[in-house]
Design a binder for this molecule. Structure first.
Ligand SMILES: [Zn+2]
Ligand SMILES: [Zn+2]
Ligand SMILES: [Zn+2]
Length: 153
């Protein structure tokens, strides 16, 4: 599920979705290469799943998406990506660590308090806040909690 704020002109959102996808893939691949790592079949699959899903995933989520790769391998790959700065640890209100690709597409998250699922929010109100306060905003944290559509039923 994605949200957009109509009047906010957040620069990173000017990229089209597939442009972000392409640029992210290329830059992550070059990080691997620059550090002397080969793009193995498994590494590629994990990278693809993270890109396709565009939201924070747990190691178990990644394992389920990747099918045949075992958990230890997933763990090793994600840790390699962490050490290279290819993925980011996302720790929100829940205890489970989620991982997502580092990208230049700025966004926030919303988490379900029942099942712990995290969705990405393609929305930011930084420009609005800047307008309202005349502050030059240097950093911000914006997190949402709620009950997801599945858990609401
Ligand atoms: Zn995210
Ligand atoms: Zn839920
Ligand atoms: Zn923001």
């Amino acid at each position: 599920m994605h949200f957009r704020l109509k009047n906010a002109k957040c620069k990173p959102f000017a990229f089209s979705r597939c442009c972000v996808y392409f640029n992210t893939m290329i830059s992550q691949l070059s990080v691997l290469k620059a550090n002397g790592y080969k793009l193995t079949k498994n590494r590629k699959l994990v990278l693809e799943k993270l890109l396709e899903n565009r939201k924070p995933l747990t190691l178990n989520d990644i394992k389920n998406l990747c099918g045949e790769i075992n958990f230890a391998t997933i763990y090793r790959i994600v840790n390699l990506y962490l050490s290279l700065g290819i993925v980011n640890e996302v720790k929100l209100f829940d205890k489970q660590t989620h991982y997502e690709l580092m990208g230049n597409d700025h966004h926030h998250h919303i988490i379900c308090i029942k099942c712990g699922k995290i969705e990405r929010l393609d929305l930011c109100i930084i420009n609005k806040v800047q307008q309202l306060t005349d502050f030059q905003i240097t950093s911000h944290i914006m997190e949402f909690k709620g009950i997801c559509p599945q858990c609401k039923k």
